[in-house]
Design a protein around this ligand. Structure first.
Ligand code: SF4
Length: 449
């Protein structure tokens, strides 16, 4: 795949509607498309990840995947849809090949995506994909079918899928379809499972998973050793940004449509701040000081919820003065607050941190920034959640998500427990938590969305 800056249109490639992503396509890709296509696919994979973590059932997942794909992977030029699918897969393969953890996540999401897309294909197209995979399984001959048809009928009826005379069966070594054997969905005879066409997805998915897993390891090897330096220099910033990308709304100051007043800040902190900000806020009130990481994380969040610069300076000064004195605050700390608001230095309107950025931060001893779901000990997290009023079954559910490293879902469940209201979009930004909370608590005000 060549990355170009030109306006030349990529060459269309002929392939079935569901790709097996065997090798990177020989086509030119504009640098903008390289990134935009990948972001769209990432939205699909993240949506799948959220659906799975929320325990959606297979039929709900099928609907979700269909909707995510339809919304994010369309293209104004219908001929480009397949190219977008293939290009975005290969870009994300590059992004997610670099560590064991990234590979595991990407493999799991791509496999789930493939599984549901395969189920949505026509029988004809499914058979074509099986041929492409060169699966060594032969369809049962008519004579062989006649000898086992009663047994096949019994199994089919027992799983609520009455037999159909046209159903094609495949004879497969039973250990290759462990999932079907475990759920008693296939007839087994002399070490072979008789798999009907509509269950064949398990076979194909296993093959798909295995091939993508090997491909990810190879891509990593190539990326670290053989990709030309110049090309690597050009792609590295995009690859890095993609693996950390936040896909939600922009909470920079220019997008703020509501203000908060200094006199309301304690009440807002108690009711509408997510745990990460609530913790920083409490520590600031207690110690009258926060280290740089904490000042940045809380300061930009407060800017994002609508605290004006003058109020921000008054707020930080009131606290810091108790510890370092007003003069030292003016000399050493006021500059960085004005800087955050774009009034010093490069005059950039700095954006509040997303969950992804906060979760991947690495606080040291004495720091209070970071995401409590990721960075607190279990004991401290339980205590902090208890103080916020989360207990009983809700607390167990939150801790369960934390153990499985679904930190944003843990935060979403906390939100739902505190507000007694669902949050279908999930929490992916502290400022999103705040605005969703305010929508519930102050429905008429509705700040930033
Ligand atoms: S998940 Fe996000 S909003 Fe929630 S505590 Fe962690 S960083 Fe804050």
């Amino acid at each position: 795949m060549e990355i170009v800056r030109s306006e030349r249109k990529p060459v269309a490639i002929a392939a079935p509607s569901l790709s097996l992503y065997r090798s990177a396509p020989h086509l030119e890709v504009r640098l903008e498309d390289f990134e935009l296509y990948a972001i769209d696919r990432l939205r699909v994979l993240k949506g799948i990840s959220d659906g799975l973590s929320r325990g959606k059932k297979p039929d709900e997942m099928e609907k979700l995947v269909k909707e995510l794909w339809r919304t994010n992977m369309r293209h104004r030029d219908p001929d480009e849809v397949l190219n977008k699918d293939i290009i975005s897969h290969f870009v994300l393969r590059l992004v997610y090949c670099r560590t064991e953890e990234l590979r595991k996540w990407f493999l799991s999401m791509e496999t789930t995506l493939f599984r549901y897309r395969f189920r949505l294909e026509s029988t004809e197209s499914q058979r074509r994909l099986m041929t492409e995979f060169q699966l060594p399984y032969k369809a049962l001959s008519h004579a062989e079918f006649e000898t086992v048809k009663d047994k096949l009928g019994q199994v089919a009826r027992s799983i609520g899928q009455p037999p159909n005379a046209d159903t094609v069966f495949f004879k497969v070594p039973f250990e290759e379809v462990a999932e079907l054997v475990a759920s008693r969905r296939v007839y087994i005879l002399k070490g072979y499972a008789y798999v009907p066409m509509n269950q064949v997805v398990s076979l194909v998915v296993t093959q798909f998973r295995c091939k993508i897993s090997k491909a990810l390891v190879l891509t990593n090897r190539k990326w670290t050793s053989t990709i030309r330096d110049q090309e690597k220099d050009r792609l590295t910033p995009i690859v890095e940004a993609l693996s950390n990308s936040y896909l939600g709304p922009d909470y920079s100051e220019s997008k703020i449509v509501a203000e908060i007043s200094l006199k309301d800040i304690d009440q807002l902190a108690n009711k509408s701040f997510p745990l990460c900000m609530h913790h920083l806020f409490e520590k600031l009130r207690e110690d009258h000081h926060l280290k740089h990481g904490g000042r940045m994380q809380l300061g930009l969040f407060l800017k994002g919820v609508g605290l004006k610069l003058d109020d921000a300076l008054a707020f930080w000064k009131a606290e810091f003065s108790k510890k370092v004195g007003a003069e030292r605050f003016d000399k050493e700390y006021a500059y960085s607050i004005r800087h955050n608001y774009g009034k010093e230095g490069k005059r950039t309107d700095y954006t509040p941190y997303s969950c992804q950025k906060i979760i991947s931060s690495t606080p040291s001893v004495g720091d209070h920034h970071g995401c409590p779901y990721r960075h607190f000990s279990e004991e401290n997290l339980r205590a902090a959640l208890g103080k916020m009023g989360v207990g009983g079954r809700s607390l167990d559910d939150v801790m369960d998500k934390v153990r499985n490293r679904h930190y944003q879902l843990a935060c979403t469940l906390t939100f739902e427990a505190i507000h007694a209201s669902s949050c279908d979009t999930g929490i992916n930004h502290p400022n999103h938590y705040f605005s969703e909370s305010q929508k519930i608590l102050q429905p008429k005000i509705q700040p930033m969305t």
